[in-house]
Design a protein around this ligand. Structure first.
Ligand code: SF4
Length: 468
């Protein structure tokens, strides 16, 4: 008998990722770019990357979504994509006349070492009269997730356009990768406080348009370049998320000071204070957001919101008996699951498993910080895939799954309810219109969770019942 050496032992226990619980970095960058006015995303890599991103976004947003590609061939894969890059940029400019081309690199272009900045420099030397602006985000997917790509692109836009200046009255809102409905809600809330706010980014229109008579090559909406310029003289920035992009795309730097978000850039380079907070889901985190707006605006919280809050508390009381002690599996991108877990914690649900494909190294700490009721028993897994979530759930038998639609097959196999939240939602209509944030978003989530638990009980009851 041969003994395995330590490397062989390690290999024999290695498990490849099966059905990753995260998405591709340039996908996140594309969503972010769509939130800036007149911007066309360009994926520098093979056609398959852009096709996959388009398919994923269209299935969720139910909108035509143009994502350009430099369409690598065998030659460009070996000798570099300079010529393809040039051809792609010229095509975009001729066909779309964009204000901005938002470039995101891919696994392939990064692996062969394409220097996109140098390509752009060559291009602009040759085509000096072009007035289009260019932004570049380095987004190798093997070093991060869609969320890292999202933050990277937002930060690249801010770095490109923000102008430093004396502090003014407006504020910046870095709202993270939230739904288009949530963006509209946040805009309504800040307007109700009388605040002039700049959303970075704002894809509430460009990814969720009213019906058109004719096709629009570049959909309306998005934060204008003029407003990104103003972001450098804001009174403050609010950033949703406490994990954000901790430099994953440059080699997993687990140091908050090295965070590469737009908000941190404005704080470090232009003295715009950055206020970081969890995505406001649940009463505690929404209160935190409203208190911050109150302070920044100098205005009281409008009565409309105190009433929404009161109704939400009332419903918590009414339905506590249905949620108390129920065991949930929550999965998705890291900041989103922290916020969702915090909400479940306050409605008496037991957090059986909180999982993400992200690998910030911070998930467990953040979940425990914002989930005081569950902090001693919650199981937190980062770098987890769906097969691992399935195996864990088969063994531990949760009552409900809460996450995006990629987890549906697990719920189906276990015969338990799933609440679809976040991105992507591919097997239902209206993923882009799911409201999660604020008191009204929390109210909608709460009703969905409680009703799913009641429906499960009713369906599996041997006698059936009509009253509760
Ligand atoms: S190869 Fe990389 S960049 Fe392209 S779709 Fe796959 S993960 Fe995304």
């Amino acid at each position: 008998m041969f003994e395995l050496n330590s490397v062989q032992k390690q290999k024999s226990t290695y498990k490849a990722t099966q059905n990753a619980c995260k998405l591709c970095s340039p996908l996140g960058a594309s969503v972010a770019y769509k939130g800036f006015e007149g911007c066309v995303p360009l994926i520098h890599g093979s056609q398959g990357c852009a096709t996959y991103i388009r398919r994923y976004l269209i299935s969720h947003y139910k909108e035509p979504i143009d994502i350009a590609s430099s369409n690598f061939t065998q030659d460009s894969t070996i000798f570099g994509g300079d010529e393809n890059f040039k051809a792609a940029v010229l095509n975009i400019i001729n066909s779309y006349k964009p204000q901005i081309v938002g470039i995101a690199s891919t696994c392939l272009s990064e692996t062969i070492g394409d220097d996109v900045n140098l390509f752009l420099h060559h291009f602009l030397e040759e085509y000096k009269d072009i007035s289009t602006e260019f932004v570049i985000a380095s987004t190798p997917s093997y070093q991060g997730s869609h969320i890292d790509g999202f933050h990277e692109a937002v930060s690249a836009v801010v770095k490109k356009f923000a102008l430093s200046g004396p502090s003014q009255d407006h504020i910046n809102l870095f709202t993270n990768f939230i739904s288009t409905e949530d963006i509209r809600l946040i805009k309504e809330i800040t307007a109700d406080f009388g605040l002039d706010s700049i959303l970075l980014p704002d894809y509430s229109e460009s990814l969720d348009n009213p019906v058109w008579d004719t096709y629009h090559r570049i959909p309306e909406g998005g934060t204008s370049i003029a407003n990104v310029e103003r972001s450098g003289s804001a009174k403050a920035s609010i950033e949703f998320g406490t994990i954000l992009n901790q430099g994953n795309l440059t080699g997993r730097v687990k140091n908050k000071k090295l965070s590469r978000t737009g908000g941190k850039y404005l704080q470090n380079e232009m003295d715009v204070p950055s206020i970081e907070m969890p995505i406001p889901i649940g009463i505690t985190q929404t209160d935190r957001f409203f208190e911050t707006l109150k302070e920044l605006s100098g205005n009281e919280i409008p009565e409309k919101y105190t009433k929404q809050r009161g109704r939400l508390i009332d419903s918590y009381v009414d339905a506590h008996k249905y949620t108390f002690g129920k065991r949930a599996v929550v999965y998705g991108e890291e900041d989103f699951v922290v916020a969702m877990a915090a909400f479940l914690d306050e409605i008496g649900i037991e957090l059986a498993l909180v999982a993400s494909g992200g690998e910030s190294g911070m998930l467990e700490e953040e979940v425990k910080k914002y989930c005081p009721e569950n902090k001693d028993k919650v199981v937190v897994k980062e770098g987890f895939d769906f097969e691992s979530i399935k195996e864990w759930s088969q063994e531990n038998k949760p009552d409900i799954l809460i996450g995006h639609s990629k987890g549906y097959y697990i719920a189906r196999e276990l015969g338990i309810p799933i609440i679809r939240v976040g991105f992507p939602v591919h097997d239902r209509i209206g993923g882009q219109r799911i409201k999660h944030l604020g008191y009204t978003g929390t109210q909608e989530l709460f009703d969905k969770v409680v009703n799913a638990l009641i429906e499960y009980k009713q369906t599996t009851s041997p006698v059936g019942y009509k009253y509760m």
